[in-house]
Ligand binder design. Structure first.
Ligand SMILES: Cc1cc2nc3c(=O)[nH]c(=O)nc-3n(C[C@H](O)[C@H](O)[C@H](O)COP(=O)(O)OP(=O)(O)OC[C@H]3O[C@@H](n4cnc5c(N)ncnc54)[C@H](O)[C@@H]3O)c2cc1C
Length: 512
């Protein structure tokens, strides 16, 4: 206790000295200090340094409750987009192998998948990205500190390393880019003890085996999708709807396809407890909230994908006057990413109401850096952000869902053009295309501005990215009609849309 008090008083002394020197000279150790070296933080720090600012970035990974940890680069690189897309690709290859026979390949059966090989290759790639990020910071003269940061005052950061050693530094501007972490349910006995989250899944050395994925967010469905695709017995348990916030007709197509692909779904079910049996298997007991009956089954792995939360409370933000959204704990931000304290900014997932996507965090971070350097006044445009859900049948979208368009403009002012189409590559492979669907949600007025575009099918991300440019430029249905397709592609079906939902006509595409 005496040592603790001594440490604290030494720390207070250092802080007072820092404040005194800063007040006296008006200078700071850094022009910009960024807490969080993920998508947003790295982009912001490198950009600010490019504009001649003296920049430091603090990044520290708190191990998951299961003890999984990783390197520099944040969620996307280590436990998000990158390992997820690579494992999704592994699953797609399994489907391609099945198709290959129909296309003339002699593939000895049965084919099998080796988790260890896939995971090692993915993890090695991620490690190479971690290294690449460190090199880039060095090249761009950004000081990188592997410290856990929190605020002491509006210009002072306290960093603590893994051995508990403290460093205090000051900065004119502070950017918080600490992202989010998976939530684990506190009210389900055994959930944390026996379950894992997406923070662990990508770093497992051995196959998760028979897996229960709890949740129906995009993270839940993507993970369940690739686990099914690599041949694992996979179930999804969902309390309510899938892909909340996305167009619900499209969400239905995605989960219908997953069911036909082999993923089992239990809807309106709530896990009650997880117990480890003597055999090592995990027994999950859940309640079907419709029939109010209890059920149980055993699994090798239980993956919780029930949402993500900002860990802002650990940053001491409220003490320095940064206002947080009460429920989410996210930082309330203005259009210029400033928090309620003018020199403290927040970018990426941690900003309240911001889309939780890597390119959003990167772009917002770069634009903020340019503004801080006085090189630009441009603000981030959060409108019409495209995204893709990498489920076995991919779903790409940009703009408004049909529900949101109706809510904003009224059903009568909306025209929806839609089509069920068959990707050419599905024909020879005799794959079912029932869920391959496109819809353009337009205003009925004038040239019919496109409010939202939705696409399920192969390479949805690639397709949607191109059309996102169109929507950003104010594309109308008239522009779609004026665009010549690229034949034979799935994307050309977008520019051929001609059946309205209102007409009630069959929207199945026939012929070329
Ligand atoms: C499974 C999964 C799949 C995803 N797939 C996609 C996708 O396909 N496409 C897409 O666009 N987005 C995807 N995302 C979302 C994307 O990863 C995030 O939106 C993005 O990483 C957010 O960037 P960020 O800078 O806000 O935070 P992060 O990238 O999370 O970085 C925050 C960093 O700050 C560190 N940190 C936290 N607290 C402190 C502290 N006190 N001191 C120092 N460092 C700290 C963290 O350890 C982390 O390194 C996915 C997310 C998940 C979980």
């Amino acid at each position: 206790m005496a040592a603790f008090c001594k440490g604290r008083s030494r720390f207070k002394r250092v802080l007072l000295q820092q404040t005194f020197i800063r007040n006296l000279t008006g200078t700071f150790d850094y022009d910009v200090a960024v807490i969080g070296g993920g998508s947003g933080g790295l982009a912001c720090s490198k950009e600010a340094a490019q504009f001649g600012k003296k920049v430091v970035v603090l990044d520290y990974v708190e191990p998951s409750p299961k003890g999984t940890k990783w390197g520099l680069g944040g969620t996307c690189v280590n436990v998000g987009c990158i390992p997820k897309k690579l494992m999704h690709q592994s699953a797609l290859l399994g489907t391609a192998v099945k198709d290959a026979g129909k296309y003339g390949w002699n593939i000895p059966t049965p084919v099998s998948h080796d988790w260890h090989t896939m995971a090692e290759a993915v993890q090695n790639h991620v490690r190479s990205l971690n290294w690449g990020h460190r090199v880039q910071l060095q090249d761009k003269k950004v000081k990188y500190l592997n410290l856990k940061g929190s605020l002491l005052d509006e210009h002072t950061i306290r960093g603590v390393n893994k051995a508990g050693k403290e460093t205090v530094l000051t900065a004119e501007n502070i950017v918080i880019a600490t992202g989010m972490r998976p939530k684990l349910p506190a009210d389900v006995p055994g959930a944390e003890e026996h379950g894992i989250s997406s923070d662990d899944l990508f770093w497992l050395k051995e196959s998760p085996g028979k897996t229960l994925v709890v949740g129906a967010s995009y993270v839940a469905l993507e993970c369940a999708g690739f686990l099914t695709g690599i041949g694992l017995d996979t179930s999804v348990m969902a309390r309510s709807i899938a892909l909340r916030g996305f167009d619900q007709q499209m969400a239905g197509l995605v989960t219908d396809h997953m069911e036909s692909y082999g993923t089992r779904f239990s809807w309106q079910c709530v896990p009650r407890r997880v117990e480890k049996l003597a055999s090592g298997a995990l027994q999950v007991t859940w309640e079907d909230s419709g029939s109010r009956t209890e059920h149980s089954d055993t699994f090798d792995t239980v993956l919780w994908a029930v949402g993500r939360a900002a860990e802002t409370r650990k940053l001491n933000l409220e003490k320095v006057g940064v206002v947080l959204e009460k429920e989410s704990g996210n930082i309330i931000v203005a259009d210029n990413e400033a928090s309620s304290v003018p020199n403290i900014y927040a970018i990426g997932d941690i900003g309240e109401g911001r889309p939780e996507l890597t390119p959003v965090a990167i772009k917002a971070g770069k634009l903020l850096a340019r503004r801080l350097a006085g090189a630009s006044t441009e603000l981030m445009n959060y409108d019409k952000i495209p995204t893709t859900v990498f489920t076995p049948l991919e779903y790409g979208c940009v703009g408004l869902s049909e529900e949101e368009a109706e809510r904003r403009y009224g059903k009568d002012r909306i025209e929806v053009y839609h089509a069920f189409y068959k990707p050419l590559e599905f024909t020879v492979a005799e794959r079912d295309a029932s869920q391959c669907y496109i819809k353009a949600v337009c205003l009925r007025d004038g040239d019919q501005p496109i409010l939202g575009l939705h696409f399920t099918g192969p390479n949805a991300g690639e397709v949607t990215q191109g059309f996102a440019l169109g929507l950003q430029c104010g594309a109308t249905y008239r522009h779609l009609l004026d665009t010549v397709g690229i034949h034979p592609t799935c994307a050309e079906e977008v520019v051929k849309l001609n059946i309205t939902k209102r007409s009630g006509l069959d929207a199945t595409v026939t012929g070329c």
